[in-house]
Design a binder for this molecule. Sequence first.
Ligand SMILES: *[C@@H]1O[C@H](CO)[C@@H](O)[C@H](O)[C@H]1NC(C)=O
Length: 505
Amino acid sequence: MRITFCQGILAVAITINLLILYYISRLQQRVLHRHREHMPPSTHQQLGPLKPGVTILIREFQDFENYVPDVVRSFVKQKPELPAVVVADRLPYPPMGLPSMPSVQVVILKPAPDQPAHTSRPETYVRTAYVALVPDGVKADPTSQLERMLEEFKASQGKVEMVAAPVRSLMPLQCLNLKVSLKRWTAEYTPAAPSSKLCTALKGEAVLLLRTKDLFNLSVPLAKPLMTSLFIQTSLRGWTVRILDISFSAVHQPLLTSSHNQWKADNLAKASRLQLFRDFGIKRVLLEDGKEQWFGCSKETQRCFGTIHDDTPEYLYQNRWTPPCCLKALRETAKYVINILEMSGVRYWLEGGTLLGAARHQDIIPWDYDVDLGIYLEDIPNCELLRSAESGSIVDERGFVWEKAIEGDFYRVQYSEHNHLHVDLWPFYPKNGFMTKDTWMDHRQDVEFPEHFLKPLVPIQFAGFLALAPNNYRSFLELKFGEGVIENPEYPNPALKRMEKGNGM
Ligand SMILES: *[C@@H]1O[C@H](CO)[C@@H](O)[C@H](O)[C@H]1NC(C)=O
């Protein structure tokens, strides 16, 4: 085959083109490669062991006024190659002006869609065995506090999981005991003994040192407010913190220079605290000064659990009990309804699970979701609210909603129009010495019973007041639920969800 001159030229041109393309692609690869050098080590590279020493981690600071670069510089002065990681929810703006050294890094927790997941995970950047959580405005001095903290921590190895060095400030660091019960949606802070250095929570500013692998094995290691979040998680794991005789000074006190900035910071702190308790499912907080705070569940909010299927509310599947605010609302509704029944001359008695709770511990069963009362059918006309409820639901002057239930011949009083926590009123009438009714629910306890249990009715302590119960209520309850029901608590539908053993009330 002969090749013409034109064909020869073409072949040479194609070859040159290919060479150029190859060269360009090599160049691009090299550029990409160089770009990667500015990114943190990739996941398999970082799996290497942690190095000895401490990384300082700064998590809480305000974009609009902070001293983070000064904090970092003061620590780097103590120890020039000290790694520092600044963790922010989003890129701080205006820029902070951190010292530009490879050992100082900023982590943005908000994932960027063009970056691998590990770039937004702080554990990728903390490569030392220990980490010190440093508040904004802390000044390290030449006495190498961090090294001493580490020595003290190692000396108390196995006894505590964290050590804390107070920041000298207007408010002395407080040592607290924190008890969190997720089951009861509650966190309870109490002051530790005055001279105690062993705490389960701290209040105030401190540098906190712990093992890196402990910090990043928490559920949410760096949620804000950092100390609140941290101690909730560590107290649930039984960890303690020791307050050391080492302290740090502050750049100035108070940290923020204007009352406007302080106001902004306070509002942000309040919002993140609210979000944290919401995320952790904590609805009731008892503070160290005895004050009580409630999160969620009010007359204006919806009931904080959904429609109940098979007698088993969703919180039981989450291994939790009735939210405390719901119990409080149920108690309030029960007391209110019972008062109205008594005033209007409607004979009533605690029924079913409600009576069971009263017999067991004078209160609503901690995982119950409503209150049941029996009433005499013939007494209904005595109560104007019940009479009116016949012809449609009505909201009374206190905001409670009275209505005839759609599921059958009984009445329901709801906590409010928004919040459908309720007391059910079951009308019974006597027939041949037994109490009976026309609507039956598919429940073991929903059966006829001899009228003598109601003659007379007897007072019983319930939910903080005196209510009326059938006489001989132990046999009444055993007739309805079976023998030993008072002593052997069980969830409403044990076939679906059993109570764990050793899980006392
Ligand atoms: C991480 O925490 C779990 C329990 O919270 C614990 O069982 C496990 O041993 C911890 N892992 C490490 C490496 O500490």
